[in-house]
Design a binder for this molecule. Structure first.
Ligand SMILES: [Fe+2]
Ligand SMILES: [Fe+2]
Length: 184
């Protein structure tokens, strides 16, 4: 979806400072593997997943915008859109591995369909930002575990590139948290 855009020089990118300029590796797998597809379903749509990050950051975008916090509102929606690009890449991998990218986790989630109850909604700005910081930390941890468990070099390269984005998101959320807590 945003592959072409994300491979453009940073200053030409409509999401500018919110995305890293490094290109994404080719979306490919060495062979079909239902076990790997199951691991990736947890990154795709479990409680700790790209789908949940998209929804949580989007909800926080609405709340921040509503109280006039334009800069934080813009940050979280840009990151939500990047998570949608991750969702697309993980979904394509699941299909190539022979899985079905319906919205449900696998191991973490006992094969349950995704629920809007997984979102950490929150009521205060710092509470929402710290939930977003925790979501990124959890994503990094889970992706690192999957990089260790998955022996396919194509998938490892893609997950490692996604981890770079999640580390950048963590940095941006922590900066926003510090900036806002200094103000309040
Ligand atoms: Fe992500
Ligand atoms: Fe992220």
């Amino acid at each position: 979806m945003y592959n072409t855009l994300n491979n453009m020089p940073e200053h030409h990118h409509p999401m500018g400072k919110y995305v890293l300029p490094e290109p994404y590796p080719e979306i490919n797998v060495s062979a079909k593997n239902p076990f790997y597809a199951g691991l990736l379903l947890d990154d795709y749509a479990s409680q700790k997943s790209e789908l949940n990050a998209i929804n949580q950051y989007f909800y926080h975008h609405l709340r921040f915008k509503d109280v006039g916090l334009q800069d934080i509102a813009e940050l979280v929606v840009a990151i939500s859109i990047t998570e949608m690009h991750h969702l697309e890449m993980i979904g394509e991998l699941i299909l190539k591995l022979g899985g079905d990218p319906r919205f449900r986790g696998f191991q973490n989630n006992n094969n349950q369909y995704y629920s809007g109850e997984y979102v950490y909604y929150g009521n205060h700005v710092l509470e929402m930002l710290s939930a977003d910081i925790e979501a990124e930390k959890g994503a990094i941890q889970q992706y690192r575990r999957h990089v260790d468990q998955i022996q396919d070099p194509f998938i490892k390269a893609i997950l490692n590139r996604i981890i770079m984005d999640e580390e950048y998101h963590l940095k941006l959320f922590m900066e926003a948290y510090r900036k806002y807590s200094a103000k309040s």
